[in-house]
Design a binder for this molecule. Sequence first.
Ligand code: BG6
Length: 271
Amino acid sequence: MTTHVIDTATASGMFTDHGAHVLQWRPRGTEPVVWLSDLAVFADAVAIRGGVPICFPWFGAGRSGGMTPAHGFARISEWRLNSMDDDGSAATAVFTLSSTDVTSPLFPYRYRATMTARFGADLHLALDVHNDDDVPFTYEAALHTYLHVGDATAVQVEGLTGDTFHDKVTDKETVQSGPIVIDREIDRVYRSTRDVHVVDPTLDRTLTVRKGGSASTVVWNPWIDKARAMTDFGDDEWRSMVCIETANVGVDAVELAPGRSHTMWARIEVE
Ligand code: BG6
């Protein structure tokens, strides 16, 4: 596993070819924004706990359930680092993964995925998927962004009021009213194209996740019991993170005709 360190005028950061995974991002003069578990495991074919895992070509156990590995094969595969540029104010890494590198009987198509990560005063992430096959295919994807917060129980997640969500904890469909407060396990798939704001009074800042080409937003915090059950997640670490995942999952999976591409992007800003 090759790891790369970013050190520009505007930010520091780190990423690895394993999963084209952003591990750290910290704009100058701020607390870290991207969260990484102290217990994250860095090994072949293992998903890294924290940072920005790329879920592709399915999310969780997939639309029909039972698909493995969880969240697809992209996050546990070695991507090719195609370019790495630093223009003085930001550093940009571009990775590719294609069906000549990794494939699965559960996704037996010719595809080409390109991941771009631009580390500057903002963090810009884009996942482009191209259908290289002769037949259409459908895929799910998520930029499974772990955000660092001062105290999860004090944050408010704004921007989703009025949007419907599937609550994976209760298995119910609901409409969001008001900001999300993290006072229990939160595992929700929203149908939403809107930007999300994580208002963090403890660190006295607001993290904004802007996005495009994305019709789903997943919000996740494992809370106490799930945190204890995960071997790569500290018992108390649930307090310092929340995942805001820019996604196209479930009914919002992307259908791609032969020769066509789709780009999903997220930009994280700190105010
Ligand atoms: C979230 C899912 O996106 O990822 C949760 O909605 C899941 O259900 C979480 O628990 C973490 O998944 P994993 O595979 O990285 O443990």
